[in-house]
Design a binder for this molecule. Structure first.
Ligand SMILES: C[S@@+](CC[C@H](N)C(=O)[O-])C[C@H]1O[C@@H](n2cnc3c(N)ncnc32)[C@H](O)[C@@H]1O
Length: 255
């Protein structure tokens, strides 16, 4: 029987988060916004990830990323959390060569698929991270260094007892706000009305965030957002779609 070689891509799913401990040395159980799905990497995804990680991949680091060194320019950097299989992220990066994109996803088959598609499109303005986005945001991203955050169809965690696992929480928005530059945007979309209402409540509660919907709720689905895989699935099931778009206002001084 031939022995299966364990490669970099196979191992990656084991390091998507860092173990953390309490002051008295006990393991800290974290409320995660994801479950690591069991889907195996196809040979195609595995090859893309093993061969091209140096071109597209970034690893978790305790120091801040130096975006101008990473991308080789000073274009604005847009972060997308939970890009799934990455098709819409690649299309956005392809359509906007004057912007840099940083995608974070814990699902390794998605990371492999996204690298393969980015290669096909010959992208140079996209980098990917396979790690818990909340840790990356906290440790690896400098204050004011992001021009935007995209969160498309995050896991809705339907049951009320799981709502605490939703990534959109006041503390998450506080962390995002710290990393966003003045004038930067937050763009979210969901096909779950209850989550849309929760997003609207959390975003609207932040006085520095200005809702771009004139009615103070949702914007029409923008043309520039390519349809995602999850969105297509929702459409087949007859779900609606809610887009939210907010801009971070400049700090107004009291004097
Ligand atoms: C419902 S899927 C949507 C994927 C894609 N945006 C789409 O619309 O097709 C949500 C994705 O977010 C990822 N995710 C959830 N929490 C995450 C986190 N903390 N860090 C990185 N990825 C996360 C999950 O692995 C999952 O692939």
């Amino acid at each position: 029987m031939s022995e299966q070689k364990i490669t970099f891509a196979d191992q990656k799913r084991k390091t998507v988060e860092n173990a953390e401990f309490t002051e008295d040395g006990r393991y800290k159980r974290k409320v995660r916004s994801f479950v690591l799905r069991t889907g195996r990497l196809s040979e195609y995804q595995k090859n893309a990830m093993n061969t091209h990680w140096a071109d597209f991949g970034l690893d978790y680091q305790r120091e801040h990323f130096d975006f101008s060194a990473i991308y080789g320019n000073n274009h604005p950097v847009i972060l997308e959390i939970g890009f799934g299989m990455g098709k819409s992220l690649v299309e956005m990066a392809y359509n906007n060569p004057d912007k840099n994109y940083l995608g974070i996803e814990v699902h390794t088959p998605g990371v492999g698929a996204c690298i393969a598609y980015a290669l096909e499109k010959k992208l140079t303005n996209l980098r990917l991270i396979c790690h818990d986005a909340t840790e990356i945001l906290r440790d690896s991203i400098a204050e004011g260094s992001l021009a935007g955050l995209q969160l498309f169809f995050p896991d809705p965690w339907h049951k009320a007892k799981h709502h605490k696992r939703r990534i959109v929480q006041p503390a998450f928005i506080t962390a995002v706000m710290e990393k966003l530059c003045d004038g930067g945007f937050i763009h979210m979309a969901t096909d779950w009305q209850n989550y849309a209402e929760h997003m609207l409540e959390v975003l609207s509660a932040n006085p520095r965030l200005i809702n771009q919907s004139p009615q103070g709720d949702y914007i029409p689905r923008p043309e520039f957002r390519p349809q995602t895989k999850f969105e297509q699935r929702g459409q087949r099931l007859g779900h609606g779609v809610w887009d939210l778009y907010f801009i971070k206002a400049e700090q107004v001084s009291d004097s």
